[in-house]
Design a binder for this molecule. Structure first.
Ligand code: OGA
Ligand code: MN
Length: 212
């Protein structure tokens, strides 16, 4: 935790001022190395087509997003290392920004050549139990022209591009889930990321929701 304090503070400041943060993890960070190692072990069978919301309309889904995903679980030691790292970030941000973040969930995403994710919000105002979105990129040697950038749009004008982020190894993007429309531009080669969300606790009458 001690070594990541500077990074966590940068993220807190960015969020405080802009609502969005683009930082790079230390490339020797064990949690990052563990993810690369895990990705080498995972096979295509471990990834499944991602859905949108609860609807099961596969035709519509294909028009919106074409990535394949694998949820992280603490039972895998490499995945656990990253989940612990993000728990540390959660504790830090709660102390600094009083966000009341409760849980974190995330998945690997594999975009095959040509895959994309059309412009969307990760949460909607009013029903927003997803508070903060995170995306971490796992692509060494991503070149200009490889596509697959994350486009982040202006919360006040969703046609206006605010930021274009290449999905380069170690880049960590954090943003307010219900504020920033964003989009994954078509990737020209295989693109790997970890998309995740910090949520608040929406427990009612002793039922933990979301389940941990
Ligand atoms: C998502 C998402 C962005 C990315 O999965 O909701 O917006 O760059 N991912 O992978
Ligand atoms: Mn998203």
């Amino acid at each position: 935790m001690a070594t990541s304090t500077n990074l966590f503070e940068q993220i807190a400041l960015d969020l405080q001022v802009h609502g969005v943060s683009i930082q790079s993890l230390d490339l020797q960070e064990p949690a990052l190395l563990a993810l690369s190692e895990r990705l080498d072990i995972l096979s295509q069978q471990d990834f499944h087509k991602a859905g949108i919301g609860r609807q099961e309309d596969h035709m519509k889904n294909e028009q919106v997003r074409r990535d394949k995903i694998h949820w992280l679980e603490a039972s895998d030691p490499n995945e656990a290392l990253f989940l612990t790292y993000m728990q540390d970030l959660k504790v830090y941000l709660n102390r600094r920004l009083f966000l009341g973040l409760f849980s974190y969930e995330c998945h690997f995403a594999h975009y095959e050549p040509g895959a994309f994710y059309k412009k969307h919000l990760d949460a909607f105002k009013g029903e927003a139990n997803r508070i903060l979105s995170t995306v971490l990129y796992l692509n060494p040697d991503w070149q200009e022209g490889d596509g697959g950038e994350l486009a982040i749009y202006d919360p006040n004008d969703s046609e206006q591009v605010l930021l274009i982020v290449p999905p380069s190894y170690g880049t960590l993007v954090t943003f307010l889930s219900d504020e920033f429309p964003h989009e994954v531009l078509p990737a020209k080669k295989a693109r790997y990321s970890i998309a995740g969300w910090f949520r608040v606790n929406t427990s009612v009458a002793g039922n933990i929701d979301p389940p941990q």
